[in-house]
Design a protein around this ligand. Sequence first.
Ligand SMILES: O=C(O)c1cccc(C(=O)CC[C@H]2O[C@@H](n3cnc4c(=O)[nH]cnc43)[C@H](O)[C@@H]2O)c1
Length: 233
Amino acid sequence: MIIQKLIINGCSTIDYGLSILHPTFALIMKLLLVAATKAEIQPFINIHPHTDVLITGVGMVATTYHLTKHLAKNSYDLVINAGIAGAFDRSIKLGEVIQVISEELPELGAEDGDHFVSLTDLGFMNPNEFPFTNGKLINNFRTENLKSLAGVTVNTVNGNESSIQKMVERCTPDVESMEGAAFFYVCLQENVKFIQLRSISNHVEKRNRANWDIPLAIKHLNNYLIEYVNKIY
Ligand SMILES: O=C(O)c1cccc(C(=O)CC[C@H]2O[C@@H](n3cnc4c(=O)[nH]cnc43)[C@H](O)[C@@H]2O)c1
């Protein structure tokens, strides 16, 4: 019997006493679902209360700390990062669920007037030193039926047309979140299979909260997650 838990910022709040058999291999498939906020995955938790869930808090620092601490004590067959995100490309509709297959840390470096100097150009990073490939974090594990997109992870949500344009020219990202790269970094370092599923709540533009549709993004994300996990079990 495996004791499964809901963990919020590293503190376990609910214990469940169930294990789940994988129908094909008759093995226990251990799954961890990681989200920044509980609200983003609450509908999934209501349907799948026995899946291990880690709520990290928003941002890279909290994600890195809580996920690393949790994976040091627990082993999983698959770790899923689920949440909402902003899309740079307007052809990606609000509420669309996508998988992020590469991540970048576009703020890591130095400003030199109008020019951005990367960590590589500063001489602090080999862009091909593990877990990086050409300065990016890459996930080779994918699901078949979702668009595979490139992500950037930021500490400050982009909301200024000039900085958005500069980031698009420099990184050509499809989507933006506040946790993705931290999640990729920890999973690659820990050598655990992972996937990042995001549903688009907004387009990356001059801040206009009235244009965001968080309820639609959460609804579609959770419908997808429920179906995805139903297929696994
Ligand atoms: O009210 C706001 O300005 C606001 C800003 C960021 C996030 C939120 C949330 O309610 C959810 C937190 C979650 O959302 C992800 N997210 C969603 N859209 C974006 C974006 O355009 N750029 C970066 N992150 C985004 C993020 O991963 C947060 O964890 C509210």
